[in-house]
Design a protein around this ligand. Structure first.
Ligand SMILES: Cc1cc2nc3c(=O)[nH]c(=O)nc-3n(C[C@H](O)[C@H](O)[C@H](O)COP(=O)(O)OP(=O)(O)OC[C@H]3O[C@@H](n4cnc5c(N)ncnc54)[C@H](O)[C@@H]3O)c2cc1C
Length: 584
């Protein structure tokens, strides 16, 4: 049914093109926030070929926020260690160092079709569905909305939407129709992939990798399809030399790379040959249309980051679209999507190109470095941890975003200056100290009332912003009163949409709270671990965005800076957004 808003009418708020993992995530997150959307997909049924194999810790954190972590953990497993071979001889093993401080300490082995299935089920629970056999063919994009021509089996329809998001993969129709350049390059060589049966006795709980002068060869067992997935790097080959990837070709390459002349490959369920493209869309937004996932960035699968990054794109965009569509935030909030996510895409391309060059290289010098220098180094625990941390995508930050703001002024009130100086000093000696734009980390604590164990992430689930008010060491009563007063002021300022920002009072001792009649959520941090993780020696406040990044960092003693930050994002409840100038 068409929606009427002012003089405009739309079939839906957001039209999502493409029901891969990115389109599905976006649809779920919009529906969860009460925003209408339609999800169209050109295929007749779900795509079942296994591409991505794993979710990174950062994506697991988002699935936790979405309330989907249980099915993900139930249906996946730990990433198998990699056995490295030179011919028939095993020459090493690569594993990942668990990130012990984090709730999800490492990659989770789960196949892309399973992830999509979990998301699809959630979509249906939320009242949504995938409109299969619906193909976007034309697009009119204007500041007032989108008109999309969609070809379905028995009809061609025109759909009007306030916004459109192209999640339609590397060959994105949306990107083509918008005329957005997809700049980059094609790396030399080819990748060949097949899913086959193999009559060998190698462990199915390991990935087996051969480092051969002609290129890398890997075999990983995929439980869901009951077959081995083979990935073969052919740095010296071009498209003209390998038009199709036949079973015979894989058998030949297998023997060449592994030296195993006995094992037979059979029953291929899928084979593919492709060149590796490294490309990035020049814009992620054009008027009312956005690009997300592979539609915005394609790159080598080395590093296992494509699906993960796309899901994170969708999550970043969903909460912003929802706030703007519900007339709670200024429309300029939407510009921060490209501002934040395109640099992540750029980084991704750089990292995957470097990984690919090292992993797949046919160059003798590079191979020597890889096998005799880099691989031995990766066995060092510190480097192993660093590599795991990098891949985990927990270090990604938006420090340079216009949404990241720290109250760093030195003229803080006397009563708070000691805490301010302490924090400043800590920042100097600990460059890793949290800053605005960083991912807000987790930590264990207790629920203040019943002393039940909980964690910050558990308390921050849902769709809201969270205002973390750290009380610091046990202090005098007026101090807590000040924090409670601040939370109440925020609630009053946001009025009808105060549920968008939920305060969490974090105290060291229950004594601090006695005699205060505070109905809000209070967490107890008796050993001060959470305070320490947030660098909150004294009092401090952090405003955490709905996607778990720190938007604002400051001091409860200077509430004006926080009010000012909120005023740049949230519309005053009584003002109509259409009459307002955007001013993020
Ligand atoms: C061999 C391989 C291994 C990989 N391994 C990993 C890995 O380990 N980890 C990782 O994170 N990533 C990996 N990736 C990348 C990952 O598969 C992609 O990044 C991911 O699929 C992107 O999701 P998406 O939703 O953006 O696009 P897609 O999954 O491509 O989905 C796009 C959808 O849009 C639909 N569509 C296209 N045009 C239209 C239209 N005009 N109208 C309607 N619908 C349309 C398509 O049919 C498709 O279903 C790998 C990729 C490959 C090829």
């Amino acid at each position: 049914m068409a929606q009427q808003i002012g003089s405009q009418s739309w079939d839906t708020d957001v039209l999502i093109v493409g029901a891969g993992p990115v389109g599905l995530t976006l649809a779920c997150e919009l529906l969860r926030r009460g925003v209408s959307c339609r999800l169209i997909e050109q295929l007749e049924t779900p795509y079942t070929i296994v591409r991505a194999h794993a979710l990174q810790p950062r994506t697991l954190e988002l699935f936790d926020r979405m309330g989907l972590i249980e099915p993900v953990l139930r249906q996946g497993g730990e990433v198998p260690p990699w056995y490295l071979y030179d011919g028939q001889k095993r020459v090493g093993e690569l594993g990942f160092a668990p990130l012990k401080q984090e709730p999800y300490p490492g990659m989770w082995f789960i196949q892309q079709p399973t992830v999509e299935h979990i998301l699809h089920e959630r979509l249906q629970e939320l009242g949504g569905n995938i409109e299969y056999s619906h193909n976007l063919t034309q697009l009119q994009n204007s500041p007032n909305g989108i008109t999309a021509t969609v070809v379905a089996p028995d009809k061609t329809v025109e759909l009007r939407a306030r916004y459109l998001v192209g999640c339609d993969g590397g060959h994105s129709t949306t990107r083509h129709l918008l005329g957005i350049p997809f700049t980059g390059k094609t790396l030399p060589g080819l990748l060949l992939i097949a899913e086959v049966d193999m009559d060998w006795a190698r462990s199915r709980n390991r990935a087996h990798i051969w480092l051969h002068p002609n290129g890398l060869f890997s075999a990983t067992f995929i439980e869901e399809v009951g077959k081995w997935q083979l990935v073969v790097a052919a740095p010296a080959l071009s498209r003209e030399q390998v038009p199709t990837a036949s079973l015979d070709l894989f058998q030949q390459l297998f023997q060449q790379r592994t030296g195993d002349m006995h094992t037979r490959l059979s029953n291929p369920s899928w084979t593919s040959v492709f060149a590796i493209n490294q490309r990035l869309a020049r814009n992620y937004r054009q008027e009312q249309a956005f690009l997300a996932g592979d539609a915005a960035h394609v790159h080598s699968p080395a590093g296992g980051l494509g699906m993960n990054t796309g899901i994170q794109d969708a999550y970043n965009l969903a909460w912003k679209l929802a706030l703007v569509i519900k007339d709670r935030a200024y429309p300029a909030l939407l510009d921060t999507y490209e501002e934040e996510r395109r640099p992540v895409g750029e980084l991704l391309l750089q990292a995957t190109e470097a990984n690919t060059t090292v992993a797949l290289s046919g160059n003798a010098g590079m191979r020597f470095m890889r096998d005799h220098l880099l691989l031995p180094l990766t066995r060092l625990p510190a480097l192993k941890r660093k590599a795991t941390q990098r891949g985990a995508q927990l270090d990604l930050n938006y420090r340079t975003s216009s949404l990241a703001r720290s109250d760093e002024l030195s003229n803080v009130k006397t009563a708070y200056s000691a805490a301010y100086l302490q924090n400043k000093l800590l920042q100097l000696v600990t460059p890793t100290l949290l800053q605005a734009g960083d991912r807000a980390p987790d930590g264990t604590c207790l629920q203040a009332l019943d002393h039940n164990a909980t964690s910050l992430f558990q308390e921050m689930r849902g769709t809201s912003w969270h205002l973390l008010l750290f009380a610091g060491r046990p202090g005098p009563r007026p101090y807590i009163q000040g924090l409670i007063g601040l939370a109440q002021q925020i609630e009053a300022r946001l009025g009808a949409w105060s549920s968008e920002v939920l305060p969490l009072l974090i105290i060291s001792s229950y004594q601090q709270l006695r005699a205060h009649n505070w109905p809000g959520k209070v967490l107890l941090d008796p050993e001060g671990r959470l305070h320490k993780r947030y660098g909150a020696q004294g009092q401090a406040l952090y405003l955490v965005r709905p996607d778990g990044y720190i938007g604002f960092r400051g001091f409860p003693g200077r509430p004006e800076a926080l009010f000012d930050y909120l005023d740049t994002i949230f519309l005053p409840p009584q003002i109509s957004p259409t009459k307002e100038e955007a001013h993020v």
